[in-house]
Structures are given as structure tokens and as C-alpha cells.
Ligand binder design. Structure first.
Ligand code: ADP
Ligand code: ZN
Length: 717
């Protein structure tokens, strides 16, 4: 039975299981609950209301999906993400869960079919857009069916202060008044106290029980560096830390998004743009490609990301400063949902700071709003400049205390030097004062360094006391000092003039020598500390997508590649992202454990009953086909052959060898390197090698990266 022409195939059966644990195992293929999941599920099953604060990737969706399966009636999930509803529902159908959605992408006839299905009691979960919930038609539907629960996803959309504000969320309280007594669960990953209060008030959930998880994302490495040559910094980072990985690069403006995406494409990366200025088809297409293709890099404004549940986003880069720590945390949180090591890199400059201060100053809105935004920006700037553990500061901002430094962020790993900057600060502030509180850092530094400059002479600033008084610091050091003064709120950026600095109440105690101030020495640019050829990196830092350290042998790597190909074919046939079929970690576990029976498959994390029914046979065929693959040789071409094996057709044999080679391909492997070297000689150019390895893009992308190193005559041993 098809409940909607957009989702084909037989419809799942009704759940007959009775405990949360058995539902978790049967449908999702997991053995145990995480954090508060079980408590939340029990609370809802018993009819309670819950407010859930959990970081991205924490496992929020199960908190309402499982109770909806266990309570009678249909669970109504209010989600603002129309573009992703279909994916979410397809993923649930893949798990054998009876789910459907109603939103404006459906034709009237399709929507009517879904409604009929709901009326017959055929759905356990119905996803719906907030604007539809409030229509008379939908409320009428609700009044005719048993409802198991209401889930309000992305509940922070109710907050007027946040950038995801959705006016329709404000009206949900009316819905709850009309349908009282039904358990409700509101979920968000936005953690600031103000948003929390707004959620519980506006959704009239003051009586609900709070479930607040730790906001720590231990697998994310936080790193903040200064802008130097942004394009080079970005490509260095991609090449040395994330060859072949998928990730997001955030920029502030649409123009910059387009420019950076074009730049990366031209350099051979699989990059694509996303911003609100693009037409909706292009945006949807790029989103689809990002979710579905290997090594995809999304260059985007913050319009991109909410609800993106791609588990293997390995890095999030900010090429401009986020305006708030909340934003930074949310955006970086899109990395590493699968729990594997991921990077959050922010590249910023003083120009960014000044620009944001001005932009917020000039924005529309009442003074209270502006003041809050300025405070939030100050916190963000302060976060960039700290010399303590970043994670401790980040969690501290959300009211969580980390007992020890994390040991997994740039400030923990690097040695940050500080110095007493009181005298330098006094000179800088005095220079601001004596030049009339209207100039920016560039001019002030010229004065401090006593530059021979027409403009300075014109204003007669070569005659003031601070002229030439700052020669003990270099120009770069002064820039850093001014930046830290701005970040710390010791000077105000003027909104009217071109970002001129002014003194404020925090400046005077320093000028009057009443307080001491410490500055951080600028860290060395990324390229000097991290610059290593990707080929020489130790195994454990290889990206998880091709992490040989996880797999014992080259033949496992070959099996993994075959499983990936199967996944990718199946995903495109079913028109869903590959991770909806299987997570990367599930494939790795399959390649490692090589289960031989359906019951053994059930022991693999992420494989539930429905996946076994759908793909069990195919997977076991693949595993069997690889059990006699050439031995555990890590890399191409296979050196051992089984003499007992009869290989009738030499063509077939050749093909098999070539296939095995591709599957065992690894850039750290000597044979691979020799091969690339030979190929370059044979084909002449990198482009030719590239072309030779046209899609699948992972191989192309490794070949591309390895080729320049080979050309430069690096020692590849
Ligand atoms: P959130 O909505 O909080 O960002 P999701 O609900 O999308 O997170 O879950 C994130 C990932 O964690 C998903 O891939 C999900 O399958 C997985 N997950 C959730 N709960 C568990 C669990 N108890 N055991 C194993 N994996 C889980
Ligand atoms: Zn740390």
C-alpha cells in the first residue's frame, strides 16, 4: 500500500513490541540508550511533558519516536524543516517505522492520501510543518484521531531573539489549549538560558520536566586562528587534515560564499555553494548532493545547516566570525554527529571584529536588543582571544563546569604565551585619546610607530606625545594588542565613523594605572605548526572515511569499499542519502566482523530487523565474495595469489585484480605511490591522472592530492 506517491514500496507493519529497549534494538539496531534518552522516553510513555536540551547528535529524535511507537495513536511532530521532512520520513520507513509527512511540497491529492491513512490509524508518526498545524483543516483532522504525543522539534524557533525565529511557533500554544492532556516534548540544541525561558513560556510548558544533557562534544577539536592568507589557510587545512572528507565552510556574505565555492571548485575540490539568495531548486540540489555524495564540501551562509543530520561531516570551518557563541556552537556542532574525531576551525581578523561591531550598531531594533547582541558579540570575541581551554570556556558560557582542561583544543595543545600588556595598553588608549577618538587601528599603529606619513602630518599627530612611542612592538604585535582591546571591550568601535575607536568606562582604569592587563601572544599561523604532507601523517589521524587503523587488513578495506558501493547504489535507487541506508560506522563494523548469518548481522550496531530483511542477503553475498579476496596485503597491487584457485578467463582475472587494486588503494601505501608516479610519467599531467580517475570522487581526490607531492619529488617512503 502506498500512502503517498513520493514514498514508494510496501508499508511497514504496526509495532507489536512493548518495551523501549526492544524497540531500540528491533528498529534501530542499537543495544543501549544514551544519556537521558531512557528517562525521557519513560516520562513521556507515562504521560508527562518534557523539555529536552541536548546537543546536536545527542540523539533527540528517538526521545519522541520510541514513545510514539509505544503509545497508542499517532505522534504529531512539528518540524520547521520542510526541505528535510521527506528525508526524515524516508529514513524512518527504511527502519520499518510507519511514518508520513504533510507539508506544502505534497500535491493536494497526495496530502489527502496521507490524511486518509492517518484516519485509518496507519501512522505512528506524522511530521507536519508549523504553518499547517494551525489550519482549520489540520485541526479538524486531529480532532478525529487518537494522538499519542506532540513533539516540537527545533523548539528554539519560538524565540524571537534567535536567528531561526518562526512566527508560526508562537501560535502553537493555542493548539495545546485545544488538545489538552496529550504529552508534549519540546526539543532543542540551543542552550542559552534566555531561549530556555522563552520555550517553556511560549509553549506553555512551565510544568514540564527539564532534561538537560551535557553540551560537551568531546570528539570536536576546537581551533581558532588569525587570518593571514585565507584561501591558502583553507586549502592547507583541507589538504593536510581532511583529504577526501566532507564538511561545511561558513562565510558571512552570499558574495563570499559564491567566490569561495568557485575558488575551491577551480582548485579541484568537490565544493558547492548554498545561500538564501539562490533559487530554491539550486539550493535543494546542492543540499541533496552534499548529503549524498562523497567528499562534498558545502560553502554556505548560516542559512544552511539546521536539521542536516549527515553523520559524517568531518569539519566545519568559519571563514568569518560568528556573531554569537550560540551560533558558533550550533554551527560547529554539525560536525561529527557520528562521534568520530572532527574539526571546528575558525579563521578571523580584527577587521571582522570591527565590521561586526559596526554592523550590529547600525542594525534596526530597539536598544535593549542591540545591547544584548553587542554583549553576545563581546563574548564571542573574548572566546577567540582566550588563552585557557576553549572547551572549558565554551561549556562555561552555557553554565556547565568542566573540571579539567580538555586536552583536545588548540589552547590545551599549543603553548599560549601571555605578557603584561598594561604599558602597551596605556600607550594604545592614550593614542586613541590624543588623536581625537575617531581613527581605526591602522592609523593609530602608524602614529605609535612614528611613521612618516602625509595624513599624520596633516592632522599634526606627529607632534603628539604618543607619536613614535611604540617601537618596542612590531606592527603585527600592535594589531594583536588592539584586537584584544576590542575583544575585551576596553575600547568602543564607533558606529558612525569608519570604525574609529573610542574610549569607554573600561579604558580609564587602565589609563589611570589602577588595573593590570595581560595579553596573549598571537599563535603561530596554522601552516607553520601543522604543515605536513598528508602522505606523511600518522595512521591514527587519517580521516575515518578511510581509516586503515580501524581495519586490520587490506582485504577489509576492499570489503569496506564494496559495501560502500552497494550502499551508494542502493541509496540512489531509493533516492535517499547513503547514511539513511547504513552509517559509515556500521559499514566499518561489517567489514571488520564479517558476519556470516542473519542473526550475526543483528549484532552489528545500527542494523535492525528491517535492514536485515531489506539488505541482509545482499550484504552476506558481498561479504562472502570478499572472503576469498587476495590476502591481507595493505595496498595495491595484490602481491599474493592463491595458486589453487582456478581462474579460467584471463580477462576476468585482470579485471578482478584491477578491482582489488582500487579497493585496496591507500595513499600511504608504497605501491600506490609508485603507481601514481608511473601514471604521471605515462599520462603527462596531474589533470590526466585526475581524468583517469574520474568518479568515484574519493579516489580522484586522493590521486589529485598525491600527484603534486609526487611531482615535487618529495620522498614518499
Ligand atoms: P539529534 O537530533 O539530537 O541531533 P539524532 O536523533 O539525529 O540527534 O541522533 C544522532 C545520531 O545518533 C543518529 O545517527 C542516531 O542514529 C544515533 N543514536 C541516537 N541514539 C542512539 C543510541 N542510543 N545508540 C546508538 N546510536 C544512537
Ligand atoms: Zn581544551
Amino acid at each position: 500500500m502506498a500512502y503517498s506517491s513520493k514514498t514508494k514500496g510496501p508499508f511497514p507493519e504496526q509495532n507489536t513490541l512493548e518495551s523501549p529497549g526492544s524497540v531500540l534494538k528491533h528498529f534501530f539496531g542499537y543495544d543501549s540508550f544514551r544519556g537521558h534518552q531512557k528517562d525521557i522516553i519513560d516520562h513521556l510513555i507515562q504521560g508527562g511533558d518534557a523539555l529536552v536540551l541536548m546537543p546536536t547528535g545527542g540523539g533527540k529524535s528517538m526521545c519522541y519516536q520510541i514513545p510514539a511507537l509505544l503509545r497508542s495513536g499517532t505522534g504529531i511532530v512539528i518540524s520547521p524543516l520542510i526541505a528535510l521532512m521527506q528525508d526524515q520520513v524516508s529514513a524512518l520507513l527504511q527502519l520499518g517505522i510507519r511514518a508520513g509527512f504533510l507539508n506544502s511540497t505534497l500535491l493536494p491529492r497526495e496530502a489527502a492520501a496521507v490524511e486518509q491513512h492517518v484516519l485509518k490509524g496507519g501512522l505512528d508518526l506524522l511530521y507536519v510543518a508549523p504553518e499547517r498545524v494551525m489550519t482549520e483543516g489540520f485541526q479538524n483532522l486531529l480532532s478525529r484521531i487518537p494522538i499519542s504525543l506532540f513533539a516540537i522539534d527545533e523548539a528554539h524557533c519560538v524565540s524571537q531573539w534567535g536567528h531561526d525565529f518562526r512566527p508560526e511557533y508562537m501560535q502553537l500554544s493555542q493548539l495545546f489549549k485545544r488538545f489538552p492532556g496529550i504529552p508534549r516534548i519540546a526539543l532543542t540544541a540551543t542552550a542559552d538560558p534566555q531561549t530556555r525561558n522563552e520555550i517553556s513560556k511560549k509553549l506553555i510548558m512551565e510544568q514540564a520536566r527539564w532534561f538537560v544533557a551535557s553540551f560537551d562534544r568531546p570528539n570536536i577539536f576546537y581551533r581558532i586562528i588569525l587570518k593571514d592568507n585565507i584561501k591558502k589557510q583553507l586549502t592547507d587545512f583541507l589538504d593536510s587534515d581532511h583529504p577526501g572528507d566532507s564538511g561545511i565552510v561558513y562565510c558571512l556574505s552570499r558574495k563570499k560564499v559564491d567566490a569561495m565555492a568557485a575558488f575551491l571548485q577551480q582548485k579541484g575540490y568537490h565544493a558547492m555553494p548554498y545561500h538564501a539568495g539562490m533559487n530554491s531548486e539550486d539550493r535543494a540540489e546542492n543540499q541533496r548532493r552534499f548529503l549524498g555524495e562523497e567528499s562534498a564540501i558545502m560553502v554556505a551562509t548560516i542559512a544552511f545547516g539546521m536539521g542536516i543530520d549527515k553523520p559524517d561531516v568531518r569539519f566545519v570551518v568559519h571563514l568569518d566570525l560568528p556573531k554569537t557563541i550560540e551560533g558558533y556552537y550550533q554551527e560547529t556542532g554539525r560536525a561529527g554527529r557520528d562521534g568520530k574525531k572532527s574539526d571546528a576551525l575558525l579563521i578571523y581578523s580584527m577587521g571582522d571584529m570591527v565590521f561586526l561591531r559596526q554592523m550590529l550598531g547600525n542594525s534596526v531594533g530597539n536598544d535593549a536588543f542591540k545591547r544584548i547582541q553587542q554583549q553576545k558579540l563581546s563574548a564571542m570575541l573574548g572566546f577567540c582571544e582566550i588563552s585557557e581551554c576553549r572547551r572549558r570556556a565554551l561549556l562555561g558560557y552555557f553554565g556547565e563546569k568542566l573540571q579539567e582542561d580538555c586536552g583536545f583544543c588548540d589552547t590545551c595543545l599549543g603553548d599560549v604565551e601571555t605578557f603584561d600588556g598594561t604599558i602597551a595598553a596605556q600607550k594604545a588608549l592614550s593614542c586613541i585619546y590624543r588623536t581625537g577618538q575617531r581613527f581605526g587601528a591602522g592609523y593609530l599603529i602608524d602614529v605609535l610607530l612614528g611613521k612618516d606619513d602625509e595624513r599624520i602630518k596633516k592632522f599634526r599627530h606627529n607632534l603628539i606625545k604618543t607619536f613614535g612611542m611604540g617601537n618596542e612592538h612590531s606592527e603585527a604585535e600592535w594589531r594583536s594588542i588592539f584586537r584584544q582591546l576590542v575583544a575585551g571591550g576596553y575600547v568602543t568601535v564607533d558606529q558612525e565613523s569608519q570604525g574609529g575607536f573610542k574610549l569607554n568606562e573600561r579604558s580609564w582604569p587602565i589609563l589611570k594605572n589602577e588595573t593590570q592587563i595581560f595579553f596573549k601572544k598571537d599563535p603561530k599561523p596554522l601552516k607553520k605548526t601543522k604543515r605536513k604532507s598528508p602522505i606523511r601523517r600518522p595512521k591514527e589521524t587519517w580521516p575515518s572515511t578511510y581509516d586503515p587503523s580501524q581495519l586490520q587488513s587490506g582485504s577489509s578495506l576492499g570489503l569496506l569499499q564494496a559495501l560502500k558501493e552497494f550502499r551508494s547504489k542502493t541509496a540512489s535507487k531509493k533516492k535517499v542519502p547513503p547514511y539513511v541506508i547504513f552509517h559509515e560506522s556500521t559499514l566499518v563494523e561489517l567489514a571488520e566482523k564479517r558476519p556470516q548469518t542473519p542473526s550475526a548481522l543483528m549484532g552489528i550496531s545500527g542494523i535492525g530487523q528491517q535492514k536485515i530483511t531489506s539488505y541482509g542477503d545482499a550484504i552476506m553475498d558481498i561479504i562472502r565474495a570478499h572472503s576469498d579476496a587476495p590476502g591481507p596485503v595493505p595496498g595495491p597491487p595484490p602481491k599474493t595469489r592463491n595458486p589453487d584457485k582456478k581462474t579460467a578467463d584471463p580477462e576476468k582475472k585482470k579485471k578482478k585484480r584491477a578491482d582489488t587494486w582500487e579497493k585496496n588503494w591507500s595513499p600511504s601505501n608504497k605501491a600506490t605511490q609508485t603507481f601514481v608516479q608511473t601514471k604521471i610519467k605515462e599520462l603527462g599531467t596531474i589533470e590526466a591522472v585526475n581524468h583517469h580517475y574520474s568518479e568515484p570522487s574519493l579516489i580522484a581526490s586522493y590521486a589529485r592530492r598525491i600527484a603534486p607531492a609526487v611531482l615535487q619529488g618529495l620522498n614518499l617512503d
